[in-house]
Design a protein. Structure first.
Length: 184
């Protein structure tokens, strides 16, 4: 698992360390993520590792209640300032998980920072938290980088192999993939 200090240092150096609010790549990826969702309004959504809340803001337009979290207090502070009506909390996966069920869980560019055991536990928690008609979205960068425990393609293979989930949408590009999974 990537050390928490790595993320804390990133946010200490910048209020938007991955330039999520400025890069056209990020904007396009988020728009494709939202476009990949089933055509309906979602009642209750959980987005762990929300960073500064850019994707969270797009989810608010399609969702009733949005709950989001991040392991870095500074990220939560920035996101909360950006979206005061969203319920934010601090915590790291897989331990930090809100109570109740969701009709949408969004795991965007977080899973490859987790150990194999923590990825498996997070997948189990996400699957267990889905309503019967709920969907799980997984977005992953495809290239290797030093801080990652695995690449994004490995994450997608693990999700696809998880019992009780079936792939509803698959979008693949050179740099990232988007999978939308529902209950079998």
């Amino acid at each position: 698992m990537t050390a928490p200090e790595y993320f804390e240092q990133m946010y200490a150096a910048s209020s938007d360390p991955w330039h999520l609010t400025k890069r056209s790549y990020e904007r396009r990826k988020y728009e494709l993520t939202i476009a990949s969702l089933p055509d309906r309004e979602f009642k209750r959504v959980y987005e762990p590792a929300c960073s500064v809340g850019v994707l969270t803001e797009l989810l608010v337009a399609r969702c009733g209640t949005v709950i989001a979290s991040d392991s870095v207090p500074r990220a939560v502070e920035i996101a909360r300032h950006r979206l005061p009506d969203v319920e934010f909390f601090e915590g790291a996966l897989p331990e930090a998980w809100p109570d109740g069920t969701f009709d949408l869980v969004v795991l965007s560019e977080i899973m490859y920072f987790l150990s194999t055991a923590d990825r498996a536990a997070t997948i189990d928690r996400a699957r267990a938290a889905l309503d019967p008609e709920g969907v799980l979205v997984s977005v992953n960068w495809r290239h290797d980088f030093a801080e990652a425990e695995c690449d994004g393609d490995q994450v997608q293979r693990e999700l696809h192999a998880a019992p009780g989930l079936e792939r509803l949408v698959w979008h693949e590009e050179r740099d990232f993939t988007i999978a939308v999974l529902g209950r079998e």
